[in-house]
Design a protein around this ligand. Structure first.
Ligand SMILES: [Zn+2]
Length: 299
């Protein structure tokens, strides 16, 4: 895996987020304006103007359907370089909390001395608030995975998208006592409206380095192979406690995969930490305050 330099990564705090308009917005506005001018100045060329706009929209759509793309704004596909230098990885567990699976996941993480980040759904957290609090009490992190995990999330307009994310943000902060700083889109799918919403809510989009498709793949061997292949410092891996596929024995796939994944990480000298822990800058003081919040230097 190629770990980008710190300067190539977005800051975890809004105060460090430089551009008010993502590059794609500027490029799209320029494209539309240029196409309009072309059509006015040379009416016979209108098919070319229409084609330019069509290509622009195709690129925006493709960027939204490709979870690891950065075309639509800042997107962590791996940890910051300083975390990779510390040989850290992030295990992210999505779609919970789920009382049938999450407690066993927590026990496995404890047994291996690993910390993880749980991208929780607002409705699930409100249904199981004690479990969401237990995740945090055991040293893990709860982050925002939308309020309802709608399969139509990537089709929402800016207001509906903002409502969906803000509702989860309010619930998760209220239940756990800690406001999420990271957001993951349902299935990783989004549209151009997401980046401005996240910027307003002070949330950093996080996708992943590798995923095992453990909501559909029932064979833990296959899922493990995808997650552990070329596992390296700085990786963000994704698994599921909610919506998890079941093995032939009826267990959630994540429960069969985690022990071996964590053992392999340890054998490689890798340390599983939460996303907030990974964002801590080397210059952080002993209080754990991220240097990004106190220093003017880039993250
Ligand atoms: Zn999900």
């Amino acid at each position: 895996m190629t770990t980008p330099s710190d300067s190539a990564l977005p800051a975890a705090h809004a105060s460090d987020k430089a551009a008010p308009w993502p590059a794609y917005v500027t490029a799209s506005v320029a494209c539309h304006a240029g196409a309009g001018l072309l059509a006015v100045a040379a009416p016979a060329s209108w098919p070319w103007a229409v084609a330019a706009i069509a290509v622009n929209h195709a690129v925006l759509t493709a960027g939204g359907l490709w979870p690891r793309s950065r075309w639509l704004g800042s997107n962590w596909t791996c940890l910051p370089a300083h975390a990779a230098a510390r040989r850290e990885i992030a295990i992210t567990i999505d779609d919970g909390p789920d009382p049938a699976v999450t407690p066993a996941v927590l026990d496995l993480l404890d047994a291996h001395g690993a910390k993880a980040t749980f991208f929780c759904i607002g409705t699930a957290a409100r249904a199981h608030p004690a479990l969401a609090r237990e995740i945090v009490r055991r040293g893990h992190s709860v982050q925002n995975h939308s309020d309802r995990h709608s399969h139509r999330f990537s089709l929402l307009g800016p207001k509906a998208m903002a409502r969906e994310i803000a509702a989860a943000q309010a619930s998760l902060a209220d239940i756990t006592g800690e406001a999420p700083r990271y957001f993951r889109a349902p299935a990783g799918l989004r549209n151009p409206f997401l980046a401005p919403v996240l910027q307003r809510l002070d949330l950093q989009l996080v996708s992943w380095t590798r995923r095992g498709f453990d909501t559909v793949r029932r064979d833990p061997t296959v899922v493990l192979a995808r997650l552990a292949r070329s596992l390296a410092a700085g990786d963000i891996v994704i698994a599921h406690d909610g919506n998890a596929a079941r093995t032939a024995d009826g267990d959630a796939v994540v429960l069969a995969v985690l022990p071996e994944l964590l053992a392999r990480a340890r054998s490689l000298g890798l340390v599983a930490v939460t996303l907030p822990a990974a964002s801590l800058h080397p210059r952080s003081d002993d209080t754990g305050t991220p240097a990004e919040t106190t220093a003017s230097a880039s993250p």
